[in-house]
Design a protein around this ligand. Structure first.
Ligand SMILES: Cc1cc2nc3c(=O)[nH]c(=O)nc-3n(C[C@H](O)[C@H](O)[C@H](O)COP(=O)(O)OP(=O)(O)OC[C@H]3O[C@@H](n4cnc5c(N)ncnc54)[C@H](O)[C@@H]3O)c2cc1C
Length: 390
């Protein structure tokens, strides 16, 4: 077993939380741990938002303020500054999802360009981030991935997607701000991978500016990385990757069953963990070629990364290795890792309440379904509550 006790210091983990914030977090995770409540709550909230019932205040006071920095990037500044006093950086994540219109994609583009400029000025923001489907319709990505011919209108849509990608990657390169590109459903991902690789080829000549995402619940991703590595060596570019386990497992398995193709997901949780840890090791052994953002709430994998860095003589603050968690989750990893002197950044989502709902629902469901995650948060919060009382 790895030494995960390095994450047990709750005084460090919750140093920024007031007593009432601690209580609120405890109450929230208690609610989230109740599966039927999350299911019903999600349905009711979606209905209420569609019916324009006044529930935004309630959402804000509960899940929104816990998992998001605010409605706008300006709202997030106090949170960013506060976390940075403890060595924890932020990745401003414009978490508006499921859009289908060109004007909305252009709006997302402008947001990301602005965030990159913002990051250029603020040390506390080391990365920009966006989702491929934030820049173009899911169906276009899917058709490209399947090799289905596009209509001439769709061809134009695709050209605009490529243009948007190139604009943000160029901006990131000019500002010297690294850029994370999120991973999504496997049936649109090949087209995103090809485009991100093209961007790496163009903008990662000296160092990794553009980062793709590897979802290691997919059993084919380690092989994908090894091939990309070989290609990068031949063509002379650096690789940037965010490694995660993956957020769309149920959807992936259901679709594979429905359509009758083999599931792209590892056979069980152990296999995913092994895939994640093997890939992590491979990357750190090849850190001269591959920069990494380790996006996980898993204590074992985080401790493994620390051990491997020590063994391989990688400095704690090497610019090519970052740890990352989501805002509102696993502060015990983030703040203890920062206290030890490693690079760590939390994804800080923001956006209008209605538009970040898909993100919030994923967080609620993930905390309900991931065995141990919520009880771990509750245990840590209650340990800290007791410590403060003493
Ligand atoms: C900073 C950051 C960025 C992220 N960006 C992305 C992104 O771009 N795209 C994305 O998809 N997700 C992203 N995620 C979410 C991530 O993929 C996981 O859903 C989440 O972090 C939980 O995994 P874990 O490693 O933290 O922890 P763990 O609790 O150890 O692992 C849970 C994960 O293991 C996998 N798993 C669970 N049960 C099984 C099973 N029976 N068989 C196989 N695998 C199983 C699933 O992926 C599940 O989410 C991000 C997470 C973080 C922290």
């Amino acid at each position: 077993m790895k030494n995960t006790t390095i994450f047990d210091n709750t005084e460090i983990a919750f140093s920024l939380k007031s007593d009432s914030e601690l209580e609120r977090a405890y109450f929230l995770f208690k609610m989230i741990s109740n599966e039927p409540l999350v299911r019903i709550g999600t349905a009711v909230t979606n209905f209420a938002l569609k019916a324009h019932l006044p529930v935004k205040g309630l959402i804000r006071a509960t899940v929104f303020d816990h998992f998001c920095g605010g409605v706008s990037e300006e709202d997030c500044i106090p949170v960013i500054d506060k976390m940075y006093t403890k060595g924890v950086s932020s990745v401003l994540d414009y978490s508006v999802e499921g859009k289908e219109e060109e004007a909305q994609f252009d709006e997302a583009l402008e947001k990301i360009l602005h965030i990159i400029e913002f990051a250029d000025e603020k040390d506390a923001i080391p990365f920009g981030v966006f989702k491929p489907t934030g820049f173009g319709r899911f169906l276009i990505w899917q058709k490209k991935t399947e090799g289905t011919p596009l209509t001439s209108e769709e061809e134009q849509e695709w050209d605009r997607i490529v243009e948007r990608f190139d604009k943000v990657c160029k901006k990131a390169y000019d500002c010297d701000v690294a850029l994370l590109i999120d991973g999504e459903e496997s049936w649109m991902q090949d087209a995103a991978d090809d485009l991100v690789t093209e961007m790496m080829r163009k903008y990662n000549k000296e160092k990794a500016i553009v980062y793709n995402t590897l979802q290691l619940y997919r059993h084919d991703r380690f092989e994908f990385l090894r091939k990309l590595h070989a290609q990068a060596k031949v063509e002379g570019f650096k690789i940037g990757v965010k490694i995660v386990r993956g957020a769309y497992m149920e959807k992936e398995i259901e679709r594979a069953q429905e359509k009758g193709y083999p599931s792209p997901i590892c056979k069980d949780k152990n296999a995913t963990d092994e895939n994640f840890n093997t890939t992590l090791k491979y990357i750190l052994e090849n850190v001269e070629d591959i920069a990494v953002f380790i996006g996980t709430h898993n204590e074992y994998s985080s401790a493994l990364a620390i051990d491997l860095m020590k063994q391989l003589g990688i400095a704690k603050d090497d610019f090519r290795v970052w740890f990352g968690q989501l805002y509102g989750m696993s502060d015990h990893i983030s703040f203890n890792v920062a206290d030890l002197g490693y690079n760590i950044a939390k994804y800080l989502p923001f956006g209008p309440v209605r538009d970040v709902m898909p993100y919030l629902i994923r967080r609620a469901e993930e905390n309900t379904s991931v065995a141990g995650q919520t009880s771990r948060e509750l245990n840590l919060l209650s340990t800290e509550k007791k410590r403060r009382k003493l």
